[in-house]
Design a protein around this ligand. Sequence first.
Ligand code: AHR
Length: 500
Amino acid sequence: RTARFTLDPAFTVGTVDPRLFGSFVEHLGRCVYTGVFEPGHPTADADGIRGDVLDLVRELGVTAVRYPGGNFVSGYRWEDSVGPVEERPRRLDLAWRSTETNRFGLSEYLSFLRKIGPQAEPMMALNLGTRGVAEALQLQEYANHPGGTALSDLRAEHGDKDPFGIRLWCLGNEMDGPWQTGHKTAAEYGRTAAETARAMRQIDPGVQLVACGSSGRSMPTFAEWEATVLQETYDLVDYISLHAYYEPLDGDVDSFLASAVDMETFIEDVVATCDHVGARLKSRKKINLSFDEWNVWYMSRTEEQVSALDWPEAPRLLEDNYSVMDAVVLGSLLIALLRHADRVTVACLAQLVNVIAPIMTEPGGPAWRQTTFFPFAQASRYGRGEVLDVRVDSPTYGTKRYGEADLLHATAVRGEDGTVTLFAVNRSRTGPLPLDVALNGLGLTSVVEHSVLADDDPDARNTLAEPERVAPHAAEGTTLDGGRLSAVLEPLSWNVIRLA
Ligand code: AHR
């Protein structure tokens, strides 16, 4: 059966915020060391930033880059990460049983972002695990105050005369998780987040603040946590965070392929909870969503890996090697985010390099694109503008976790120049999916490109030995005639169809 939908410029979801294409650099494994930063690497610049990685980061099209954690941030002492490198202390990183050298710190992070280009923006997480209001204010003063105070002058003394101008701040990380150093109840965290937010706004009323939501929809405190935290912080914060990672659990690939069903439900549940608190408070303000950690992650392998560590520096951790199937799921997660662009206005693919990442590196060796690189890069490049409301009529398939799920998952974005890009996933492992789209009043006359990521072997991957095994290819036979788009989506495929 053919999958169908209609596009009409009168029916839109919202405008895509560029921050939807954010990413995440955590002091974890080799994300920073031998990932982003490797002095002595043949492509490294004078600051130790790898040029080959920088090129790929630019091609990936990331915007906001969350830093320095993650779980790492709940033990982070910002003052260890500034000033002369040779004087910076080595510390235990409790989150990842590793040793943190602090050779890469705050100034290096901001300098890395400047090198990416103007599209890159800092998103700084604060330690509300082992620390609190005072240290958050100190960091804010050090980073953002122009000068004439002890901490802002210290920054200038350290070589950064101009303030960093960090606008977007996360008030802690996954504070609902018992694994988090300094884990709190919702009531405890809500008060700490509110007081931190209030004080930060005394320095600068314009800061943009993200309160911690749940670290997953399956957390026992989910929704109650958000409601309690927002009751305390509603007028003081701009965003609530969501985190979600997906993998085939117990070998259940069919449910894995429908992971975006869970992501969309999660988003809608959090929107409902935010609006419920807003209604209770009789507030006209809307809280937006920061989906600041999302990805495919074969997480069930991680705990054992971490507990076996004996405090090494930058060990190989969470270095998932992604297949074509993983990339199709990641593409579907991107579609889920775009479909909710009215409320999800920040999102960070976790993470950027080596650690569950689209970019991999070898110390002293090359950098390459994982399969998941492609859907993200294409969505960031072409998914800018107005999201059109897409309601699919699709054949379905059975899943254990989500019941009947649509084989087609799709969205469409209309650029400022009137061109439209369709992003579509065929979840079928066995069959091609014919697609028929009615285009109403969009003035579109031609197919510019139909790019597909699919492979006869859905387990195909890019590796150090074969870094270019998988890449998107052009699809054939896609036509636009008399306001109707007709295409066939390959089995298990991510598709980008550009129309002008
Ligand atoms: O991204 C890896 C980890 O996942 C982060 O440190 C943490 O916030 C989450 O649990």
